[in-house]
Design a protein around this ligand. Structure first.
Ligand code: HAM
Length: 439
């Protein structure tokens, strides 16, 4: 006897049975619809990318989680862990032929070799919206407005009275301004961000010792901790930041503008300025933000984004301002399911056509063909099982609203028997086969 194959998918990745796929399709269509309403155009790239695109000097965690390999021609490739570098590559390849600003969105599947836990898998789909070629924080405000519209349409509260989500917002230039005074600039600053983003995972001592290796001593580490402890909602948050870093800090100035642009979108109350938000990707240069479930029940971010004006330059291209976000499918579906906010997504069949014996299969196919031409979703039940079974399956498995019964009597009299399903007391009635394309 041959041994049975492993029935589980690869660790950390998912199978999508039709009922799971329905949820995914629902989510993707809402993502697409929101992006479309903001005038963003969909693009895509291949899941296979050049590995070098993800190798960064700052030691980003994502680089250590790469599914990287050599192909048969010894090219170093990787399954993309995120889409942003592919977007940058595509923008660079178009060069000046691309009219800017451009607004693009995508829903890529991404792969990261993660520790599998709640909200973290080794594969996920990620809704990305990015603005290319706009230096103003108006871009970030617009991106946040799109996220908020999606969250609201998915059923989460975004009003001041009932805010189920919070946007935790910072700007890397706040800390950059502070650290520049201490002589920490350029690559060293990007490396510092990657280290301090890991602080919850590695603890304050390991953080201090990693910073020390970068030549950042106790005084600077203390100053970093002091800055990172500042947070607050709206104007109050800005005042608290100003008290610690000074009102001329360029990051603070941008946060002030962001709040001004976000208010008219009805977003102001959702923004919590929080300088502990750093984000683990080293390419961010300005605004960084993460969207969280405000109850704190889900510790993982629903979405994360930021401004990354230097990414193209680090890949050898011309400086190009860019900002965007990624929202994964795993965390949001988890939250919506927990709050019973997922819509009932049933199998959507309109009609079942039932040939009672093999003789009636040709006429059943004719009727099905006619109904499909009308745009109806039609399943022909070829099982030849008894009427009772067919009705039950049509109602419960297919969720159909009409059953077209075609037996010997129906064909002989030239009339199908049509039975409305799922309607209490609805009577069956005859319909001429000629009017169903089977005369
Ligand atoms: P990120 O914060 O690494 O950003 O990922 C964005 C979102 O993707 C997360 O907030 C989470 O919802 C989801 N996500 C990430 N990793 C996993 C995982 N292992 N399992 C489940 N969900 C996950 C980026 O990737 C940036 N490229 C986003 C961006 C676009 N920035 C600018 N433009």
């Amino acid at each position: 006897m041959t041994e049975q194959i492993d029935l589980q998918p690869v660790k950390g990745v998912r199978d999508f049975y039709p009922e799971d796929q329905r949820v995914k399709t629902w989510l993707f269509s809402l993502w697409r619809d929101v992006a479309r309403r903001f005038g963003y155009e969909e693009f895509d790239a291949c899941v296979l990318e050049h590995e070098e695109l993800y190798v960064r000097k700052a030691g980003d965690e994502i680089t250590g989680q790469l599914y990287g390999f050599a192909d048969k021609s010894d090219r170093r490739l990787a399954l993309r862990p995120e889409l942003t570098p592919s977007l940058a590559r595509m923008v660079m390849a178009r060069g000046s032929a691309l009219p800017l600003p451009a607004r693009w969105f995508a829903i890529p599947q991404c792969f990261r070799y993660e520790n599998v836990q709640r909200g973290r898998k080794r594969e996920h789909y990620q809704w990305n919206m990015d603005v290319i070629g706009l230096a103003s924080v108006a871009a970030e405000a617009e991106l946040m407005a799109a996220q908020a519209l999606f969250l609201r349409e998915a059923g989460l509260g975004t009003s001041p009275e009932k805010a189920d989500v919070v946007f935790r917002v910072s700007n890397r230039q706040v800390l950059q301004g502070v650290l520049a005074r201490l002589g920490i600039t350029g690559d060293r600053f990007a490396q510092t961000c990657v280290i301090i983003d890991k602080r919850d995972k590695i603890g304050p001592e390991a953080m201090a010792s990693e910073l020390f290796k970068l030549g950042i001593g106790d005084d600077a580490t203390k100053r970093i901790s002091e800055v990172m402890a500042v947070s607050g909602h709206g104007a109050e948050g800005l005042a608290a930041i100003s008290a610690v870093v000074g009102k001329d800090n360029p990051g603070l100035v941008q946060l002030g503008e962001l709040l001004e642009y976000a208010e008219p979108f009805g977003l102001g109350h959702l923004l919590r300025f929080d300088l502990s938000v750093i984000r683990g990707l080293s390419y961010y240069t300005g605004t960084v933000w993460e969207v969280f479930d405000s109850s704190g029940a889900m510790p993982r971010a629903i979405a994360g984004g930021g401004r990354y004006d230097a990414l193209i330059e680090t890949l050898g291209g011309k400086p190009t301002p860019m900002a965007g976000f990624g929202m994964g499918d795993v965390v949001i579906i988890d939250i919506l399911r927990e709050k019973s906010l997922l819509p009932p997504l049933r199998r959507q069949v309109d009609d079942v056509v039932y040939p009672m014996s093999a003789k009636e299969i040709p006429v059943a196919n004719k009727v099905a063909r006619f109904l499909r031409k009308q745009g109806r979703v039609v399943v022909v039940d070829y099982s030849l099982r008894r009427f009772k079974h067919v009705v039950e399956r049509a109602e419960t498995v297919e969720g159909a609203s009409m059953l077209y019964v075609l037996g010997g009597n129906e064909v002989a009299s030239g009339k199908a028997t049509v039975k409305p399903l799922g309607q209490e007391g609805a009577k069956e009635y005859p319909v001429p086969l000629a009017s169903l394309g089977a005369g």
